[in-house]
Structure formats: C-alpha cells, structure tokens
Ligand binder design. Sequence first.
Ligand code: PEP
Ligand code: MN
Length: 273
Amino acid sequence: MQHDATPTTRPVVLRDGVTIGDEEITLMLGPCSVESYEQVRAVAEVLVAHGVRILRGGAFKPRTSPHAFQGLGREGLEILRAVADEFGLLVVTEALGVEHVPLVAQYADIIQIGSRNMQHFPLLWAVGETEKPVLLKRGFMATVHEWLMAAEHIASCGNDCIILCERGIRTFETATRNTLDTNAIALVKAETGFPVIGDPSHATGRTDLVIPAARAALAAGADGLIVEVHPRPSEALSDGQQALPLEQVPDLIAAARRIAAALGRSLPAPAML
Ligand code: PEP
Ligand code: MN
C-alpha cells in the first residue's frame, strides 16, 4: 500500500543561528516565573556553560488561583532581556492577553501562548500579526485537531513561524499533574511541517519525573524541550515541585544527548570554559 510522503519539518529560524526543527535538538530552560535579576542570572550562567541558547521565564503568569504570584510583569520582561543580552541568549516568554502582545513582542524572541489560552482566538490573531515566532502550547483538554486549528488561526494572520509544544493533557490519571502525550508528538511530526517540542515539567509536575519524560518526548520525535529549572526549587514562587535544580541540568543534557545520538540527532556543544 502506498502512503503519502511524510511532511518534513520546516525549521523555524531564530536569530544568532538558532534554529528549531533541524537535526539539532533545541533546549529552552529557565524558571517557571521570573522572580529576580539574581535568580535569572544564576540560571543563565548554567545555560551558557552547557550550550543552551534559549532562556525561558514567565513574567505574566496564568495562575489557577488569583491569590498566587501573578508574575513581575514588565519588570520580569526587563530582567529576562537584560540577562539574555548579557549572556547572548534568546528569550521565550508568555503573552497572557491581547493587550500584552506588543510589549512582550518588544522583549521576547519567541512569544509563548500558554495551555490555558490555546483557544483564545483574539490572542492567536494578535500574535499572528507579529513577526515573532510563536510557541503554541497544547491546551490541556485540547485534541490534536483543535491544537492544529489553533496553529492555523495564527498562520492565517500571516505568521507561520510556529513551534508546537506538547505539555501534557488531563486524563483520568491523577498520579501525575498531567499525562505526556507522546503519541501526539509523533503524530504532529508525521502529519505537519511544524517543529514540536516537549514540556516534561508541566507534563509530569514532579522533579524526579522530568528527565524520564524528557527522554520520552525526544524518543517520540520532539525537536526540543522546554524545561523549568530553578536555583532553589524549594523557594520558587511557582511550580517549585517540578523545577529541576541547576545541579541536575548536566544530567538532563546528558540524557538528551544520548537519546539524540540514538536517533542520529545532536545537541549543540557546550561552551568552551
Ligand atoms: C509555563 O510555561 O510556566 C506555563 C504556565 O505552562 P502551561 O501554559 O503549559 O501550563
Ligand atoms: Mn510553570
């Protein structure tokens, strides 16, 4: 039986030679929330030492409780940009509402659309009208079809620089925060041209499961990973229970390197120290 040719991934090209969706695996690491300049700087030092080029961090946070830390807002964006420029990193950060898009676009290299906003259509149109690459997280209750239609909303406004992110979905299982849908990673790789990355932090909600889930996402074909890390997870203002301490970043990278090698892919070499 004849099968249609598998679409090849169209890489998203960022600045400074950083590309997502080619044979190289891309890592995006950083805290759930930007908390202080010192915190982000401590993370950035580790990223640079290990050849990680993209810094993540939330300045506008979509928190379940209105009483939880909501992020530093503009100050968080300023911290991210200042540290990223100091260390030659790129920034991915979330735009929570339509009104934030121009501001976030000014500071970010990639605009993140969070899981809770995947079908916030005016927000999708707003980022679709920018020229910034978009990291589109899958809604935790969204089907793959709905996820791809959300991408289509962005693309139909003229911006097809979209990176899909599988961050776990809600299932009957409550032992973990979410369930990493590795099927979906393989499926979107097989059926679309978008690069896809895995988020083992939100998919599991547990520090000790982050590296195993990261391996699974890459084994399923993910082009990269977005992972929450923190200098002192027990003091984190959000998602500390799933943050990888900085001391474990080398383990994450070693694991990713081994899976990449098994698949004929690679990771950037660590900086020469
Ligand atoms: C995050 O990246 O910190 C985040 C809020 O993710 P999600 O939208 O996947 O829950
Ligand atoms: Mn988080």
